[in-house]
Design a protein. Structure first.
Length: 164
């Protein structure tokens, strides 16, 4: 596991960061370890246990405010890294953003118009409307709520199994 969950000082989820960034936050005294992981990093003179969850020492303003911001990574998390046309699992490197209504036909880049796609399905649908391509997403695209997104992100990182 390369990601570390970052909690605000009040315990609310903020984001995930790389283990390297998490170690920097700990070294600077900006964060504290909540849950240790199993990974060990060694330097010439010391050993450090990489945390699974850290909490910031000082409260920061919530990043999401009232809505989850659109990003490729957030879209892939919402769709559980699964092609919404054929159901194939994809990874962060092979996943592609598919616009249900193509941008050339007035479609916007938003949670309500984008889905995760594998390369072959993205090429097959191309720049066509779902009716023309006869390809429809398995789930209707939607904007996830913050709570739903946090649950998806935690499941994506398999945190629930590690905490229990």
């Amino acid at each position: 596991m390369n990601s570390v969950i970052v909690l605000n000082a009040d315990g609310n989820y903020i984001n995930t960061v790389s283990w390297e960034d998490a170690m920097c936050l700990l070294y600077k005294g900006v964060a504290q370890v909540v849950q240790e992981g199993k990974r060990i990093v060694r330097t010439v003179t010391k050993e450090y246990i990489v945390p699974m969850i850290i909490r910031l020492v000082k409260q920061v303003r919530a990043m999401y405010g009232k809505a989850v911001p659109w990003s490729r990574q957030n879209l892939f998390t919402r769709d559980k890294f699964t092609c919404q046309y054929c159901g194939t699992k994809v990874n962060a490197k092979t996943a592609q953003v598919e616009h249900v209504v193509p941008r050339s036909k007035g479609g916007k880049t938003s949670f309500e118009n984008c889905t995760t796609s594998c390369h072959s399905c993205n090429q097959k649908k191309a720049d066509r409307l779902p009716e023309v391509a006869n390809m429809y997403p398995r789930k209707k695209p939607y904007h996830p709520t913050i709570n739903e997104f946090i649950q998806l992100k935690m499941n994506d990182l398999n945190i629930w199994n590690l905490i229990k």
